[in-house]
Ligand binder design. Sequence first.
Ligand code: SAH
Length: 361
Amino acid sequence: MADTLKERITRHIELSGLLPLAEYMHWCMADRDFGYYNSANVLGRQGDFITAPEVSQMFGEMLAIWAIQAWKNLGSPNTVNLVELGPGRGTMMSDILRTAKVADAFSQAISVTLVETSPKLKQIQEKTLEEYENITWCKSLSDIWDLPTILFANEFLDVIPFRQYVKHNGKWPENCVGLSDTRELSWVLGASFIDEQSLPAGHKNEPEGSVFEVSTAREAFVEKASDLIRKNTGAALFLDYGHAQSGFGDTFQAIKGHEYTNPLSAPGLCDLTSHVDFEALSKTATEKGLYVHPLLTQGEFLLGLGLAERAGALGQDKSEEVQSRLRSEAERLVMPEQMGNLFKAFAISTFPELVPFSKEG
Ligand code: SAH
């Protein structure tokens, strides 16, 4: 009998009972045999979805400008960690390293570490970055050297598992994956409940069926990044889609071949994500005593770093076709109805001024 992840999950539920959403998601994404990120070609035009670095080289270029400024604010140290969490195909780091060459001293100072758990994607990253020496890979933030650190992550937190609680008879039980009468994966409310103290204000007024999402695993990444930069000085930047204030709503989504699909229909074969709760992350970093910068939209962040000027410079003396491609790439990244508003830039640092979050930086 051909084994599939769906079959394995089904048998597991039959033997051990309901699977909380977070465990289901972890299994779908990270299973060594069938996990989504261990299968080829998930990202890019041929893959299931396109991320900002895959839209345009200008995205990584703006990140390089941000990193160079942060390094200057750190006093231009001779050695600095440049860390990326979940680098995908390695495109963003490749654009950053190419751009970094304009600042020779920065280029000399950086020691690059990529944090990646998928062996398949690590292979792709090695290929993308083959012209660069001294790049280290590791699987966890605990393995980063103690040096001043500049860290970033694009569309990383949204893939980290989260939990859902659903209002039912005035209480908030956890949303789990169970089986229907016909042995199909289906949503079932579990026997554990979230403590009402952990719910945002106004939960009493929420209607039955309302959903609250929480991700302690995402908070743990921000906590670890905070510890790392607090110990060594530095800055960290997380770009992702999500909301500025904790609230209610079901944001679990599955993408296959650039289309939304049912998250239970094809475990391990589609990208599973949810919106990031930036208020929760902000609280985590504040408790660690860091400067937490006002959340910017991706549009504000990129335009503040000079994306429009860069598009103009790249297009100068080029054909109408190239100029129009650059224009549409820039629009896709910053226009409010495209990626500009939904995606946010969340930054924390051990120093107060950070471009473009505060202009004085
Ligand atoms: N940042 C890239 C890719 C986003 S996809 C881009 O913008 O194109 C998410 C990435 O995070 C993949 O590289 C995936 O393998 C990696 N990843 C997922 N869970 C991880 C974890 N727990 N630790 C490190 N990397 C992880």
